[in-house]
Design a protein around this ligand. Sequence first.
Ligand code: FE2
Length: 286
Amino acid sequence: MKPNIEAFFDGATWTVSYVVFDEPNGYCAIIDPVLDYDPKSGRTRTASANKLIAFIEEKNLTTEWILETHAHADHLTAAHFLKGRLGGKTAIGKEIPIVQETFRKIFNFETDFTPDGKQFDHLFADNEVFSVGKLNVKALSTPGHTPADLSYQVEEAIFVGDTLFMPDIGTARADFPGGNARRLFRSIRKILDYPANTRLFMCHDYPPQGRTPRWETSVGEQRANNVHVRDGIDEDQFVAMREARDRTLEMPTLLLPSIQVNVRAGLMPSPENNGISYLKIPLNVI
Ligand SMILES: [Fe+2]
């Protein structure tokens, strides 16, 4: 069965969110939804998430899953907001407690925050299978960018999260806490072992000047053209390139707000005794 796929590109964070749906039977999953956040004012907005809601309501779909490929560092997730509006189970990879524990310490989270993944409704193990309507889905563990990255294979399409980018851009960075370029290479090769016509959907695009954003490619196209991992580039070459390049990259603008919210599945920290929620900035740590 062929999945229906609708992409939503967020120009503010260069993120692609997806609604994957079984149209005849009326079921969908949301992948990597964005909660808009203005760091200057500390204000969240739901314009991006509302576009997903409008699409899902127009198609009259029941939301079964709200899937994260990983705890993102460049945008806040709208998973919690969307669950409240549409229902569905939130989910992420089984290794998320590693990421939660790292950032629990850095942000000195409240004592009732438990780094056990319970903030999500479900944690997927590698190769775990589930369904969206009659679509068959498999969670693929693809760590490296973070220790808990998943990709989701929906029939002949794979949503690769932050592993690969479009062929002219290359691959995701591997220098966040717990990231590892060698693991990232192995995860990418696992994806590139699929048949050449496998459709691949990116979580981001950072188009060079003159090119419009794109998010769909294929295993064949990546193996032929990816500037970082095309066939012929071996693990050691990749690791040397990735680590050198990562040393030159700035931290993402929304790293600090994003990670505090995303390891809580999109729930904001509890309000303080004046009724206001706060995000923290650890000084001289990251
Ligand atoms: Fe990411």
